[in-house]
Design a protein around this ligand. Structure first.
Ligand code: SF4
Ligand code: SF4
Length: 95
């Protein structure tokens, strides 16, 4: 199985649950914690099952989550793509 990971920018999340519903390997669940806007962001329930497919990111209406392939995976995204994701997460104060 292709290994991946996912970044949640919790303060952008509105708790709609689309990412939870559409993740094909059931990696995510809505947290019981609140973000600053009063919504429940997703957290990783089964992180080891993430393929990095980024379906969660494609369905998220608020650009609050991103999946990416682990380095070395066959279908890895370009190196710059991962850096952008990490930079955005850093800018949002989540890393
Ligand atoms: S799809 Fe986006 S806004 Fe909706 S719960 Fe997931 S991260 Fe939050
Ligand atoms: S990247 Fe794919 S497998 Fe990973 S959490 Fe998002 S939808 Fe699920």
């Amino acid at each position: 199985m292709i290994r991946g990971s996912v970044v949640v920018v919790t303060e952008r999340c509105k708790g709609c649950g689309f990412c939870v519903e559409f993740c094909p390997t059931h990696v995510l669940a809505l947290s019981s914690a609140f973000n600053a806007k009063g919504y429940h962001p997703p957290h990783l329930l089964n992180a080891e099952k993430c393929s990095g497919c980024n379906l969660c990111g494609l369905y998220c209406p608020d650009f609050a989550i991103y999946g990416y392939r682990e380095p070395g995976a066959k279908t890895d995204r370009p190196a710059g793509a991962r850096k952008e994701v990490e930079q955005e997460a850093f800018d949002a104060g989540t890393r």
